[in-house]
Write a protein that binds this ligand. Structure first.
Ligand code: FES
Ligand SMILES: [Fe+2]
Length: 447
């Protein structure tokens, strides 16, 4: 097992670049992080009917998610027990059974092996089909329609694992009665670079916006200029920002106008601006005034990120130490009218998608870092990277759970991410984080 602790010093705010490139560390992540964490699989609206399925990944393991005949959801390793062939080769669809295209073993929606060609002639009826079903994901649960899986039977419940981060997740998925649905389609694209570069950025890096996204922001505000009341003349409006992090490695940054105005971050969409304004009171009533914001970037440890108000939910699938894919979905309030759903789809594609204006900026950064590290240079791969912004300036808050920084920019969520990363990488037993693990109660009136 690689000694990873010496690569990460979060008291000093230093990270060795090797954690983004070392193949031994990548292999250890597969075992210690991805085979033990709760990982997002699919939203319930992607598989609404019996027989619906969706194929995805848990780290490097291929997964088949299905809506079973009885209406419940199942998740299995997408690998035939005969030679390991994919039993489902499609991205999504509806099926009565999954027949392996190699030799024809067939599996039911509950994962059981229901047909084997040559069972009599070849196996002389001696094959125990009951022992050769698809391997089920060990723990499967959902939070408000978001299904997660975990391979480790000793891992704590999904609710405990998500902890206080659900308060921030609710702002996107539970701001209106009925919750959200996934808009049809999924965007997938790939990067050079390490998956953690994207995950840590979504956990805590608003800092890059003023530099990396300067031209995109300038274009956006030219098309959709804010009024004087909304902060004209200030590229980020009249906003205040906060950062949240916790001992589970989850992180969030969010911002809003303290006078209750909507922070104007939509790209030329009056439809969306009006919609969020008109439903703002319902959101506050459901979630509490501190959670009345509409703009945030978030990461649920290890590799599920989401972004508001683009409502992009994405998984950073690791594909090797220096390669990853993003799979991005767009969520929208179920209760929203059709024109709002269409506007949300366009908004998401314009900004954060394979062709999104902002997405290009982020992908360029991660891939340039990957390019720098990917040729095996001794000096660059032992470079100590600086994560020192705001050390000692985050703490408890009256209004929010977890560890809070009263700033829009800072690196405490990134430090929390890597503290947790080290704990997971180094432990044999499933590591319950130190400190108060129960979700922190909010002040009266905010529940
Ligand atoms: S690999 Fe699936 S039937 Fe042989
Ligand atoms: Fe960005």
């Amino acid at each position: 097992m690689a000694d990873v602790a010496h690569h990460v010093d979060m008291d000093e705010g230093l990270v060795n670049a090797a954690i983004f490139s070392d193949p031994a560390i990548y292999r250890q992540e597969q075992e210690k992080i991805f085979a033990r964490s709760w990982l997002f699989l699919a939203h319930e609206t992607q598989i609404p009917k019996p027989g619906d399925f969706f194929t995805t990944w848990m780290g490097g393991d291929p997964i088949l998610v299905v809506r079973k005949r009885d209406g419940t959801v199942g998740a299995y390793l997408n690998a035939c027990r005969h030679r390991g062939m994919k039993v489902c080769r499609a991205d999504s669809g509806n099926a009565k059974a999954f027949t392996c295209t190699y030799h024809g073993w067939a599996y039911g929606m509950d994962g059981s092996l229901v047909n084997v060609p040559g069972l009599e002639d070849g196996y002389f009826n001696e094959l125990d089909t009951s022992k050769n079903g698809l391997v089920p994901v060990t723990q499967l649960d959902h939070y408000k329609g978001l299904y997660f899986g975990n391979w480790d039977p000793t891992a704590p419940s999904l609710q405990e694992y998500l902890g206080d981060s659900t308060k921030f997740l609710d702002v996107m998925i539970d701001r209106r009665e009925g919750g959200v649905e996934v808009l049809p389609g999924i965007h997938k694209w790939s990067f050079i670079g390490n998956w953690k570069l994207a995950a840590e950025q979504f956990a805590g890096d608003a800092y890059h916006g003023q530099m990396s996204h300067a031209s995109a922001a300038a274009a956006m505000f030219e098309v959709n200029p804010p009024s004087a009341d909304e902060g004209a003349g200030n590229p980020f409006g009249n906003v205040v920002g906060y950062q949240y992090s916790d001992q589970w490695g989850h992180g969030t940054g969010f911002s809003f106008d303290p006078r209750g105005q909507l922070f104007p971050v939509f790209f030329a969409s009056e439809v969306l601006t009006n919609y969020y304004r008109s439903t703002h009171a319902e959101q506050i009533e459901r979630l509490g005034a501190p959670f009345g914001y509409h703009t945030s970037h978030n990461n649920i440890f290890p590799n599920l990120s989401y972004l508001m108000p683009q409502n992009s939910l994405r998984v950073w699938h690791p594909r090797g130490p220096n390669a990853f894919e993003v799979w991005a979905l767009t969520l929208v309030d179920k209760a929203a009218p059709p024109e709002v759903k269409e506007a949300q789809r366009i908004q998401s594609q314009l900004t954060f998608s394979a062709a999104g204006l902002y997405e290009q900026d982020d992908g360029e950064n991660w891939s340039q870092i990957g390019e720098n590290l990917g040729h095996g240079g001794t000096v660059i791969n032992s470079l100590k990277l600086n994560y020192q912004m705001g050390i000692g300036h985050h703490g408890p808050s009256e209004d929010y759970p977890g560890t809070i920084g009263n700033v829009l920019v800072g690196e405490e969520p990134q430090r929390a991410f890597y503290r947790r990363w080290v704990e997971m990488m180094e432990s044999d037993q499933w590591p319950i984080p130190e400190g108060d693990c129960a979700p922190t109660p909010l002040a009266a009136g905010q529940q």
